[in-house]
Design a protein around this ligand. Structure first.
Ligand code: PLP
Ligand code: COI
Length: 355
């Protein structure tokens, strides 16, 4: 399939690299790919970035049939353009599609389109430490019918945003509220998919946590509300009694690429590491016994984000004395080193884009 290109005639000025924030600026072009049952995925094109015209009855606007991904492109030391395990994002997007009754797409082709778009926009990739070009593929349902049923037509798009740190705190430890009531996902639900509605449903708890002076919520399982699942929109690790512990995956946890990469790094360093159920009581108990040493969230956007405080039902604990943990820092340095081509890539994670 040929990807057609229409170039912008009005390129935008690049933002100040010191003031990027996260997801506030967008590049000059975007990728668009349409689906209908007769033609399948068809008419792939790179066109100038701009608003969409959607019928007000579009299915995505009513029932939220939408999925997305998040990945990053980096500049290497010689100016090369690098992606990090992008095939994992394509595979996860198709798993999200399956859960949301959206048709499967050709992962290799989509990755080729992303590479072409990133190559075209290479001048937008920021180079300062901690910055990257965030890649946001997403798919929306476009049928103009108000019945609740899977849409017959879809649009796959990719937009790009030069980004800095996801959290204002950067690598400083953040304060987390353990959410006792609201849940992000349940067994049998859509938590393992990157479905738009999961994020809409998380906003109220997030807002309440911020009003209480915290940055994020720690989500507990949806059935017993005892077991830790994720922190905000990130996976979570705790260093307890000399072991790194992260919740084992089920259908209520998003299987993060960063989580998987951290598991592989820890195991390669011979750090005892387990994926298992972990209750919030066990975390507070470990703190009382002095065996809770580090905790962090992890995801593409922030890479790692140290947890400095946890509040649960009126009890407040501090972790790591207000500083990023030793292992957390080493994971951040190693991951970002590999991602930006500054450290060797023993796992073959980095994919170079021809420019
Ligand atoms: N958990 C949730 C709910 C997410 O949205 C994300 C972000 O993609 C992650 C975890 C981390 O996943 P990844 O490391 O693939 O970015
Ligand atoms: C992550 O990359 O960790 C995210 O959760 C992305 C977020 C903007 C949805």
């Amino acid at each position: 399939m040929e990807i057609t290109l229409v170039k912008t005639t009005t390129p935008k000025p690049k933002p100040d690299p010191a003031k990027l924030g996260f997801g506030r600026f967008f590049t000059d072009h975007m990728f668009v790919w349409d689906y209908n049952p007769e033609q399948g995925w068809h008419d792939p094109r790179i066109v100038p970035y701009g608003p969409l015209e959607l019928d007000p009855a579009s299915a995505v606007l009513h029932y939220g049939q939408a999925v997305f991904e998040g990945m990053k492109a980096y500049r290497g030391p010689q100016g090369e353009v690098l992606l990090f395990r992008p095939e994992q994002n394509m595979a996860r997007l198709n798993r999200s599609n399956a859960r949301m009754s959206i048709p499967q797409f050709d992962e290799e082709f989509a990755l080729r389109a992303i590479k072409e778009l990133v190559a075209l926009e290479r001048e937008w990739i920021p180079t300062a430490p901690g910055t990257a070009l965030y890649i946001r593929p997403f798919i929306i349902a476009t049928d103009n019918v108000l019945g609740v049923r899977p849409s017959a037509t879809y649009r796959f798009m990719v937009i790009l945003s030069p980004v800095g740190a996801y959290y204002e705190e950067g690598l400083n430890p953040v304060s987390i509220y353990v959410e006792p009531h609201y849940v992000r996902a349940v067994r049998g639900g859509t938590g393992f998919a990157k479905a738009a509605g999961n994020y809409a449903g998380s906003l109220l708890a997030q807002k309440n946590a911020v009003a209480k002076g915290h940055s994020q919520v720690l989500w507990l399982d949806g059935i017993e509300r005892k077991y830790v699942e994720e922190v905000g929109a990130m996976n979570v690790f705790f260093s307890i009694g000399g072991q790194m512990v992260t919740p084992d995956l089920g259908d209520s946890i998003l299987p993060g690429v960063t989580r998987d990469s951290i598991l592989q790094l820890l195991r390669s360093w011979n750090v005892p590491t387990v994926e298992r159920r972990l209750s919030v009581e066990e975390i507070f108990q470990a703190h009382a016994e002095g065996t809770l040493v580090e905790a962090f969230g992890c995801g593409t956007a922030a890479v790692v984000s140290p947890i400095g405080r946890l509040e649960y039902q009126g009890r407040l604990i501090e972790i790591g004395g207000g500083k990023i943990g030793e292992l957390t820092q080493k994971l951040y340095d190693t991951l970002t080193g590999i991602q930006t081509g500054r450290l060797p890539d023993p796992f073959g994670w980095v994919v170079r884009v021809d420019v």
